[in-house]
Design a protein around this ligand. Structure first.
Ligand code: TNX
Length: 804
């Protein structure tokens, strides 16, 4: 469902029912009039058709360290030139980048000029290595007669240019503009301002990676952590071991994704040639972004072992593994033999030659030790090295790799598991992901620390429980939560806090099959994180951030960069009511104002403002959008209901899971209509991997005669390691069915909807069955009794229908 991005926003299709425009207008308008009558609400209620546009004094995001408003404004247009000193190629590069970015939005490119001549009305880029400011700092002075960016380094100048670009494009228009006079003195709070992108689970093209780098640059992020290898794919060409990319770079995806119309397997492949890697690294460097490659070891190694089985734990492997089509924790580890180190160090030699980064990431996470435990050879190795256990062996493994990187003058970075086993060299940098514990321990032990805690800074979590939320993980991780992230974990003292060199957002992409899904996951949460790592903690202000986000979102629209509008999208709740329905409109943040229409059209900045719940007759057709300062912040959200039965419809995102943990929103492996291939809209289904079970809270059952459920099946391609035993399956007795239970999930089924019509379909199937006569308000519980956990059956939506 392509409703979450703001590129030529389509009307949301969630909850769409055939329906007529209704008489809601009158009811809603009446409500507004009522509000006007209340003295407190009076000023707001006389909502002007077009609110006066109060531009934010500084539209720069992330917020600059210091901002002083000035007098007057600078006329910026096609006549504006950018001046640089003839002997400063760095300044010229920044000028060219600036001109190209202005061109992308305003439609003209300021000309570059030598700074020796007339400079009135110009943008001057001045590099001065003796300026007494920080390495990445800059000063931006905008007056009536021009603008000047000063910095000590090209990076500083670049960041100044990004700020000026934001100011020059904050009005969202084309052609000439004016920029308010102001002075900005700015420098980043942290030196590691990062984003991790997983390209192993789903591959991204060079152009897509470059697009992400452009977006990072415009947020002054400077570290791109490229997760290049994992169980599901090896994505970097290694000349000495070509099978890594050729074999390790291909898998057959699970379920319908993995076969063609004739049922034949379709390989899913992708890797970057060394030439492409160099191209990306140079592209990033031109944007002052360092690319940190990650080569996973000793775990997350299944693709590498599929390519070169001799790297695996040979005495326990019955056969070479395939490149995995599953998600989760796998048990294939590299063996700790000398020949394996020879291969790994060869690989790292090529990696080091490709990536000038001081930091090289060697993974280290989730190395389930089952195979090492089961292997007599590995056990003998542990013994001969005088080590305590497998954790100590991993520590020894990492130490040995670290020594090799040190020979190249590089610093090892690893996930916080590298702390286990106790032998981590002090020079290693720890990336803390399992909550704060790793960060605390690493800082205490004197390691540099990068914060990337799961839940808090993981970008694969869902952003809402809306019906149109794309696939991802639960619980929800909101824009606000990202903005509120604290750079000093509780329990860390001031001295240890010095060890925190920065933070990064991590985008794992098991559930982000397309680039659009990647973009929706990144923005605007990455924008919030950019402010957390760049701007001083003091002065952080959520509402101020949101105001500066408005022009940022407008830029994304203009640049056709999809972003999630989960923070601003309008939730329409309609409950049955004597008049037909009681309609409540709200948004996650409450920021801006909600405007709506009820005649089928999309609201604009002059449509009525929602102030309080309204009663409205059926059928109803509401389209609502959040606005701020005349800008639409969300795609228009539509809600239609013909009858009271339609009001009872709940998508799986709005049903309650029966347990916590392992709740995912999964994309169906086939298009809605069951067609194969990567095209076509797909359903996203909220499901629990341990106990697929849904609660419809407080269902109103009076007069309900039938239940309608839309169901889908997805492959169970998850490795839950030791949690596998916990998976709940229910017997298919007498046949496979969706069972409905009253009040709780333990009672006997009150209805069974046979799955037979759905068995042969890869897409969604609508099932309907009568319910016994019920009354009152009760929870309903839904479970699938299919006798097996694979395929995983999932509810798309349910509704309660009255007798015709
Ligand atoms: C854990 S976070 C992982 C990744 C997965 C992620 C999400 C971390 C260091 N490891 O391999 O992609 O969970 O499923």
């Amino acid at each position: 469902m392509k409703t979450r991005h703001r590129v030529a926003p389509p009307v949301r299709t969630a909850f769409v029912h055939a329906g007529l425009a209704c008489a809601l207008v009158a009811a809603l308008t009446a409500c507004e009039r009522k509000a006007t009558a209340e003295p407190v609400a009076a000023p707001a209620a006389v909502q002007p058709a077009a609110a006066p546009r109060v531009a934010h004094p500084s539209a720069v995001l992330p917020r600059p360290a210091k901002f002083v408003p000035g007098q007057g404004a600078f006329a910026f247009g096609p006549q504006t030139v950018v001046t640089v000193a003839a002997d400063q190629p760095g300044a010229r590069r920044v000028g060219e980048f600036f001109a190209q970015r202005v061109q992308a939005l305003r439609g003209f490119a300021p000309k570059l000029q030598d700074n020796s001549g007339e400079t009135k009305g110009a943008v001057e880029l001045a590099l001065d290595p003796k300026l007494p400011i920080g390495e990445e700092a800059y000063v931006l002075d905008i007056g009536r007669d021009g603008a000047k960016i000063s910095a000590r380094s090209e990076a500083g100048l670049f960041y100044g240019a990004v700020s000026l670009w934001q100011l020059a494009t904050a009005d969202g228009g084309q052609g000439a503009t004016v920029i308010a006079a102001q002075r900005i003195e700015d420098a980043p709070a942290y030196r590691w301002r990062g984003l991790m992108l997983d390209v192993a689970r789903h591959f991204r093209s060079v152009d897509e990676v470059k697009a992400v780098l452009d977006q990072m640059a415009s947020l002054k992020l400077n570290t791109f952590h490229w997760h290049l290898t994992d169980d599901q794919g090896w994505r970097v060409e290694i000349k000495k071991y070509p099978r890594l990319a050729e074999v390790g770079g291909c898998r057959v995806r699970a379920g319908a994704n993995g076969r063609d119309a004739r049922g034949q397997p379709v390989p899913y492949c992708g890797y970057y040639t060394q030439e492409q890697i160099r191209d990306v690294v140079a592209y990033a460097a031109a944007r002052h972004i360092n690319v940190v490659p990650e080569i996973e070891m000793p775990g997350h190694a299944q693709a590498a072992i599929a390519a070169y089985p001799q790297l695996g734990v040979g005495d326990v492997l019955k056969q070479a593994p395939k490149v995995s089509s599953d998600w989760g924790v796998h048990t294939y580890l590299f063996n700790p033999e000398d020949q394996t180190f020879a291969v790994l160090t060869d690989i790292l030699d090529e990696v080091v030659a490709l990536f000038p980064s001081k930091y090289i990431h060697i993974g280290g996470d989730e190395a389930a030790k089952d195979q090492w435990q089961a292997s007599p050879r590995v056990q003998a190795k542990i013994k001969s090295l005088g080590l305590k256990d497998e954790a100590a062996l991993q520590s020894w493994f990492v130490g040995r790799i670290g020594q090799h990187l040190e020979k190249h003058g590089r610093t090892l970075v690893g996930w916080d598991e590298i702390l286990e086993g106790g032998a981590l060299p002090a020079s290693a940098t720890v990336m803390s992901w399992r909550g704060d514990a790793g960060a605390l321990e690493a800082a205490r032990k004197g390691h540099d620390v990068i914060l990337a805690p799961d839940r808090k800074l993981y970008l694969d979590y869902a952003q809402s429980e809306r019906d149109d939320e794309p696939s991802g993980r639960f619980p929800v991780s909101t824009l606000r939560a990202f903005y509120d992230f604290q750079m000093t974990p509780p329990g860390m003292d001031a001295q240890q806090a010095q060890r925190v060199i920065g933070a990064q957002g991590n985008l794992w992409v098991e559930h982000k099959r397309t680039f659009e899904l990647v973009q929706l996951a990144l923005h605007p949460r990455l924008d919030a994180l950019a402010e957390v790592v760049w701007s001083p903690a003091q002065g952080r202000d959520w509402n101020d951030f949101q105001r500066r986000l408005v022009p940022q979102l407008a830029r994304y629209q203009a640049l056709k960069t999809p972003y999630s509008d989960a923070a601003y999208a309008v939730d329409v709740r309609a409950e049955p009511d004597a008049a037909g329905a009681r309609v409540t409109l709200s948004s996650q943040t409450g920021f801006g104002e909600i405007r709506y229409r009820t005649d089928g059209g999309e609201p604009d900045a002059s449509s009525p403002v929602y102030t309080q719940p309204v009663q409205a007759p059926l059928p109803l057709d509401v389209v609502a959008t959040t606005f701020f300062d005349g800008h639409a912040l969300s795609a228009p959200g539509r809600y239609r209901a013909q009858t009271a039965a339609d009001l009872s419809e709940r998508g799986s995102a709005r049903l309650k899971a029966c347990r916590e943990g392992y709740n995912l929103r999964l994309e169906d492996d086939a298009a809605r209509d069951g067609s194969l291939g990567d095209n076509g809209t797909r359903a996203a289904l909220t499901v629990n991997l341990i106990d697929p079970c849904w609660i419809y809270p407080a269902a109103k059952l009076d007069g309900v005669a039938t239940l309608r459920a839309t169901v889908g099946q997805v492959p169970y391609n998850f490795q839950l390691w030791h949690d596998t035993d916990k998976i709940v399956t229910r017997k298919a007795e007498p046949d496979a069915a969706l069972e409905v239970r009253l009040n709780d999930c333990k009672s006997a089924p009150i209805a069974r909807l046979a799955l037979k019509p759905a068995l042969a379909s890869d897409g969604l199937t609508v099932l309907e069955a009568p319910l016994p006569k019920l009354s009152g308000t009760h929870d309903l519980c839904f479970v699938f009794a299919s006798g097996r956990h694979d395929p995983l059956w999932a509810l798309d939506r349910v509704s309660l229908r009255t007798a015709p």
